[in-house]
Design a protein around this ligand. Structure first.
Ligand SMILES: NC(=O)c1ccc[n+]([C@@H]2O[C@H](COP(=O)([O-])OP(=O)(O)OC[C@H]3O[C@@H](n4cnc5c(N)ncnc54)[C@H](OP(=O)(O)O)[C@@H]3O)[C@@H](O)[C@H]2O)c1
Length: 263
């Protein structure tokens, strides 16, 4: 686990507790987001998680303990983004780290057959939600006090993939968004991304459930990812040890990309 020192001095007049770092993890009620929230709370960061299903969110908050809160809503809804940032600043007084993890893939199949309106929806969920949360966090806190942003992209954003074209286009956009914001928000705010291959969650289960062993055999490390694999990288990217890293996309793929293009 990566320890964390507060990145900034708390604003004048805040109580001692306000020195404890605070993170927002969107889509933190299960899967990769919950894995990230677990690792961050374990290192002492207070974490606000989001998700649409209120009940699932409440269960995750209860599991994470007193250093956690939840705000239900759709990640791409600007009113929800504003509410999350306001709640965090009202209750905890700071917002050091933003992890844009909420995402999905409602379209599956050849990109050429995807309706433009459906692709716009995927952009809304996977790109505009991250952009909106980053804007709110910047204007409300990070512009003045600094911090970091980590966007959860995908290896589908690094190249073409059968049947995942619509998803891949949006995850590629998220990587460029990461670089653009890294340039614009430096030096106070670092912005990075992670690009996982298949991680065992409900979202990805269709990609491996039929024969996990066979899918894992294609990975040099001979297993699929688990949420903790992504959480460890995100914890590092939000830590002081990563203070000279910005605009980067960490590929987390069990070695899947090794040798690509040599065949
Ligand atoms: N699993 C993989 O193999 C893999 C690989 C590469 C990248 N990723 C990326 O990793 C991220 C997390 O995926 P996962 O596999 O952990 O998925 P998951 O198990 O389905 O979890 C998704 C989480 O996000 C929430 N969520 C989904 N859509 C949302 C929305 N529109 N607004 C707010 N919250 C939303 C879900 O809660 P509610 O349903 O209650 O809203 C849940 O907490 C995604 O961005 C995904 O693209 C996953």
């Amino acid at each position: 686990m990566w320890p964390e020192a507060p990145l900034t001095e708390p604003p004048p007049g805040k109580p001692e507790e306000a020195e404890t770092p605070v993170a927002v993890v969107t889509g933190g009620s299960r899967g990769i987001g919950l894995g990230i929230a677990r690792v961050l709370t374990a290192r002492g960061t207070r974490v606000c998680i989001t998700g649409r299903d209120q009940q699932r969110l409440a269960e995750a908050v209860a599991e994470l303990g007193p250093g956690a809160m939840g705000v239900a809503g759709k990640a791409h809804d600007p009113a929800h983004q504003a509410e999350v940032v306001e709640r965090v600043l009202t209750d905890w007084g700071r917002l050091d780290h933003l992890v844009n993890n909420a995402g999905g893939n409602p379209v599956f199949g050849p990109l050429i057959d995807v309706e433009p309106a459906s692709l716009a929806k995927v952009f809304e969920i996977n790109v505009l939600s991250a952009f909106g949360f980053a804007r709110h966090a910047w204007h409300a806190w990070q512009r003045e006090y600094g911090g970091s942003v980590v966007n959860v992209s995908s290896i589908a954003g690094l190249g073409a993939a059968p049947f995942l074209g619509g998803y891949g286009v949006t995850k590629a956009a998220l990587i460029n968004l990461t670089e653009q914001l890294a340039l614009e928000l430096a030096p106070g705010v670092r912005v990075n991304a992670v690009a996982p291959a298949v991680v065992k969650t409900r979202f990805a289960s269709a990609l491996y459930a039929a024969d996990e062993e066979a899918v894992a055999a294609g990975y040099p490390l001979k297993r699929l990812g688990v949420p903790e694999d992504v959480a460890g990288a995100v914890a590092f990217l939000t830590s002081a040890e990563a203070s000279w890293i910005t605009g980067q996309t960490f590929v987390l793929d069990g070695g899947l990309g090794l040798g690509a293009g040599l065949g």
